[in-house]
Design a binder for this molecule. Structure first.
Ligand SMILES: Cc1ncc(COP(=O)(O)O)c(C=O)c1O
Length: 384
């Protein structure tokens, strides 16, 4: 930090990984040093310990760590034999990996719209997407609801539709490990849940990482095999085509330390979100949580009338306050995905949200003075 810059103009980080690093201090150095001492860099003891703790944290029977959130999604789809002719329904307003994994396997992502209040998959549009897939001669096999920005999707509605249509559910909780739906932690909805430990995620490591959570013994055994080249009990006897999809031992050691303070951080994120919402509700559309759902606030995202957010971003930037747009284009409008089908009736909400959303700094170390600086700057810019 530059001591010559007065506090009211000091740049504020969007996500303060350094503050957390400072809090954990020597514990991180020691955790990494233990790995560099025992030298079991691949599937060392920390990996199994972490998997046990992740499973306990969310109440799932199995946690299988892997190399990224994208690998977590693809490993489950590979285990279920998803391929050409299959349709997998995904929301369009999400990060590309949700649909990318479907296309990678030669299957067809079919895009559904989202609910404008929660940004999560709209159950009515999910039904229309399934019908559209059938009309196109595809076999609807699965739905990937996304728990966007840390907030659980409408899991009861998704589960009812999936059961009626005989689809399995792969929950994309890349942004939302630690969130709860009617008191139940994510990780236990549908057949399996995929999460990411990318550094900017609520529970992030110091590189890439991810995990699959499931209660299904057979699926757990399959993804464990697939993440190491499809091996059998003997590692040089391969019985299926897989990948190099393991989590590094060093990342597991880092995550174990971070998991020990994660509950505190979730509380701090919720306090920050509540203060933002109290202060900004009169100048912007602020997020409102459906009853019974708890977010981990991977992002704090407000909505403005179209045309207003560039001005807000510029005004905040001039005061050292970063913002981000998640996401400026829904997937069905991006070049790589535009040829895939959409639910009948179009995806008007996803298209509108892409014009309206803007995210403010959010993390577990946002102290009140810093937050007040952000709030005052947003209020000033939007009252002009
Ligand atoms: C909704 C969603 N799905 C999947 C992923 C993929 O995770 P990773 O970057 O760890 O591969 C991300 C990560 O940004 C994400 O936000």
């Amino acid at each position: 930090m530059n001591p010559h810059v007065s506090p009211e103009f000091r740049p504020i980080p969007f996500i303060d990984v350094a503050a957390q690093r400072h809090r954990l201090g020597a514990r991180i150095d020691e955790a990494i040093a233990r790995v560099t001492a025992h030298c079991q860099f691949i599937l060392g003891p920390e990996v199994a310990v972490l998997e046990g703790e992740l499973a306990t944290f969310c109440g799932a029977r199995h946690a299988i760590s892997c190399a990224s959130g994208t690998d977590a999604l693809v490993l489950v789809l590979m285990a279920k034999g998803i391929g050409p002719g299959d349709a997998v329904i995904c929301p369009s307003f999400t990060f590309c990996a949700t649909a990318e994994v479907v296309a990678l396997l030669g299957a067809t992502p079919v895009f559904a719209d989202v609910d404008e209040a929660t940004f999560n998959i709209d159950p009515a549009s999910l039904e229309r997407a399934i019908a559209q897939a059938r009309r196109l001669g595809l076999k609807p096999r699965a739905v990937i609801p996304v728990d966007l920005f840390g907030l659980p999707a409408d899991h009861d509605a998704v589960a009812a539709i999936a059961a009626a249509e005989k689809l399995f559910i792969l929950d994309d909780a890349a942004q939302s490990f630690g969130a709860t739906y009617r008191g139940r932690p994510l990780g236990t909805f549908g057949l399996a849940t995929a999460t990411s430990f990318f550094p900017a995620k609520p529970l992030g490591c110091y590189g890439d990482g991810g995990a699959i959570l499931t209660d299904d013994d057979e699926l757990a055994a399959l993804v464990t095999s697939l993440r190491v080249h499809g091996h059998n009990a003997d590692k040089y006897d391969n019985v299926r085509i897989g990948l190099t999809g393991r989590l590094d031992t060093i990342q597991a050691a880092v995550l174990l330390e971070k998991l020990s303070i994660f509950r505190d951080e979730i509380v701090a994120r919720n306090e920050a979100a509540a203060r933002y919402s109290n202060a900004l509700g009169n100048v912007a559309i602020v997020p409102r949580l459906p009853r019974g759902l708890a977010s981990v606030w991977a992002q704090y995202t407000i909505r403005l009338e179209p045309g207003r957010r560039d001005g807000l971003a510029a005004a905040l930037k001039s005061e050292g306050i970063p913002t981000a747009i998640y996401y400026p284009k829904p997937l069905h409008q991006q070049e790589a995905y535009a040829h895939f089908p959409c639910a009948d009736g179009g995806l008007a909400v996803s298209e509108r949200l892409a014009q309206e959303v803007i995210s403010l700094p959010m993390h577990g170390y946002l102290d009140e003075p810093t937050q007040d600086r952000i709030i005052a700057a947003v209020q000033r810019a939007l009252s002009r």
